[in-house]
Design a protein. Structure first.
Length: 216
């Protein structure tokens, strides 16, 4: 068990180090030597988990699908909104996910199926929209594949723009604005007042040992 846990930690260390290097230099300029130096591991440890730099990059790209955690929401249109808001929040803090997105967006010699991360996201969003339609949450006649592809495409463009303008600090606000614009043409009458387009406030740690929680 201890050996298995060490293996999990070393694999994660490699991915985090690679994420930092890819994030700074891009895929083509990154080297396994620099990744190993950042991770503090031997080349044997690297090859135990990944046979090549391309295999590391492929594992990083897979992190996008792992981040597509569907929120537990009875209102499925709210679940779609929360999915995008949570993904935007994670992009602010998760270096592995940021590197994953960069690898999918930038043009480099790394050549996985460029469509795979987008198709995974579109599938998750479209499934939630299908559930929302069955629950009467959508306007009649909505083209769900078109809506799902547009939401994913708009999110991709906004996160690139947010990265350029603010290092993604304003990404949740941009995604909130996207939903405020999209929902009137998508949500059924009466749904708009029930939908939240901003992230749920996170409780801060208790202040002064009083046990009271301060909400952001």
């Amino acid at each position: 068990m201890a050996q298995q846990e060490r293996g999990i930690r070393s694999r994660r260390s490699i991915l985090e180090a690679a994420a930092a290097v890819f994030g700074e230099r891009g895929y083509d300029a990154a080297s396994t030597n620099e990744i190993l130096a950042r991770a503090g591991l031997t080349r044997g440890a690297l090859y135990h988990h990944f046979p090549s730099k391309e295999a590391i990059a492929a594992a990083l790209v897979e992190a996008q699908s792992e981040a597509l955690v569907v929120p537990d929401q009875p209102v499925k249109l709210q679940a779609v909104i929360d999915l995008t808001l949570e993904f935007s929040r994670r992009l602010q803090t998760d270096a592995v996910l940021r590197a994953s997105v960069r690898l999918a967006v930038e043009q480099s010699s790394f050549s996985p199926s460029a469509q795979t991360p987008y198709n995974q996201s579109i599938t998750v969003v479209e499934d939630l929209l299908c559930q929302a339609e069955k629950q009467g949450e959508l306007l009649p006649g909505a083209d769900l594949p078109e809506v799902a592809a547009t939401v994913v495409g708009a999110f991709t463009g906004l996160q690139v723009m947010s990265q350029a303008y603010s290092n993604r600090r304003d990404l949740p606000a941009r995604i909130s604005a996207l939903w405020r614009l999209v929902l009137p043409g998508l949500a059924a009458p009466g749904m708009l007042p029930r939908l939240r387009t901003s992230p749920v406030p996170e409780p801060e740690k208790p202040v002064g040992g009083s046990g009271e929680t301060v909400w952001k």
